[in-house]
Design a protein around this ligand. Structure first.
Ligand code: DOR
Ligand code: ZN
Length: 415
């Protein structure tokens, strides 16, 4: 065995002492006393599958003053994420084969962790040629950052049919554009008034008619959650919809789509997540610059960073006894791997050796200066968090204690 990592590992649904044997980037053996050329002693640590973030916006190409694939994936690695799935609202948007392949070329060799790309769906777009190159498709039913928007039922149905033929997943921004208001906005409450939960419910209710596998991105309201549960749809939830609400004092920095809602919505989502009723944790990492966000409320773009902080925030909840570890592992790793067909997400023989090594004694407040996104701000300053001691991607340690130790060997999971 090239490498054996020893410690309390999350294997087959529970923690116990294991040696994890790694060869050629894959988990080759699990045993109590494995021999290896090299040993990594993590006996006082937890070893978890690295997280898979099914929803990030890394802004590369075209908007790299906000983020690029190097800074975005480094932030991911420092937050325990070993694989990210990147959204298509880059510049130019990844909505056609040529732009998609150019995006792949632009980001190649920049990534610290593995990644997959979504292709965007637009009316009249050709989806089939992109299918072999993407992890899934993304459709915006409500407008947000970028110009990807599908509002006509006939376009949605055509997209659903096309995606169904590819066998891929359609991740959907579920806000119904027809129910989004356009009143002037001065603050988070105005933003919420314009984007009510009824818009979320209406969009979610349309998904079954699309006839393809769908994933509700960032479910944000109690009513939206109920609708998605009734229809048995997969869903993501963000940390910001579980930790922050419309009474946040961060003004435009907390402007996001779907919006931060009421405390009641927030607590319902947090409770549902803790109960294991929300399939995936997805950051919707949407970095905008300080200058973008310092504009007056109505002019500031929507979105906030989160890829580096979401797992550390959740690990703190685990440590406090509020969140079962198996629920977190399921939502941050196992289910995203299952839904998107990745050979990752579990500590199991044959899977990629993507691991997160956690010292649960290291809980501390989040400090923006320790984060790695290019945007340089966070809404979680001072929040309790446990950052992983190290993140390993296919058997190589990429970051240790917030510093780079490995190489930029992140690969496109679809190639
Ligand atoms: O707030 C958001 N920001 N929502 C989105 O759907 C897109 C994202 C972005 O890319 O900035
Ligand atoms: Zn998004």
């Amino acid at each position: 065995m090239e490498l054996v990592v020893e410690g309390r590992a999350f294997v087959k649904g529970k923690l116990s002492n294991w040696g994890i044997g790694i060869e050629d980037g894959k988990i080759a053996a699990l045993g109590k006393s494995l021999r290896g050329d090299e040993k990594l002693d993590c006996r006082h640590m937890l070893i978890l599958p690295a997280a898979i973030d099914p929803h990030v916006h890394f802004r590369d190409p075209g908007l790299t003053a906000k983020e690029d694939f190097a800074t975005g994936t480094l932030a991911a690695a420092c937050g325990g994420v070993g694989c990210v799935l990147d959204m298509p609202n880059t510049l130019p948007p990844a909505v056609g084969l040529r732009d998609l392949m150019e995006k792949k070329e632009a980001i190649a060799r920049k990534a610290w962790v593995d990644y997959g790309l979504f292709a965007g769906c637009v009316p009249g777009g050709k989806l089939e040629p992109m299918a072999p190159h993407v992890i899934g498709f993304k459709m915006f039913m409500g407008s947000s950052t970028g110009k990807l928007l599908v509002t006509e039922e006939k376009d949605m149905l055509r997209i659903g049919r096309a995606v169904s033929g590819t066998g891929k997943v359609l991740s959907v921004h579920t806000e119904d554009e027809a129910l989004i208001g356009t009143e002037a906005e001065r603050d988070l409450r105005d933003h919420l008034r314009n984007r009510p939960s009824a818009a979320e419910v209406s969009a979610i209710r349309k998904l079954p008619s699309l006839g393809c596998r769908t994933n509700v991105c960032h479910v944000s309201s109690l009513d939206g959650l109920r609708a998605a549960e009734e229809l048995k749809l997969d869903k993501e939830v963000t940390a910001h919809h579980m930790f922050l609400d419309r009474d946040s004092e961060h003004g435009a920095f907390a402007k996001v789509n779907p919006p931060l809602r009421t405390e009641q919505d927030r607590l319902a989502l947090l409770q549902a997540f803790i109960a294991g009723r929300i399939e995936m944790l997805g950051s919707d990492h949407a970095p905008h610059t300080l200058e973008d966000k310092e504009q007056e409320f109505s002019a500031a773009p929507s979105g906030m960073p989160g890829v580096e902080t979401q797992v550390p925030l959740m690990l703190a909840l685990v440590k406090k006894g509020m969140l079962p570890l198996d629920v977190l592992v399921r939502a941050m790793a196992e289910r995203p791997a299952e839904l998107f067909g990745l050979n990752k997400g579990r500590i199991e023989v044959g899977r990629d050796a993507d691991l997160m090594i956690v010292d649960t004694r290291t809980m501390g407040g989040i400090k923006v200066n320790n984060l790695h996104s290019k945007c340089g701000w966070t809404l979680y300053e001072g929040f309790d968090a446990i950052f992983p001691h190290a993140t390993m991607v296919r058997g190589s340690v990429v970051v240790e204690d917030g510093s780079v130790v490995g190489e930029r060997a992140g690969r496109d999971v679809v190639a």
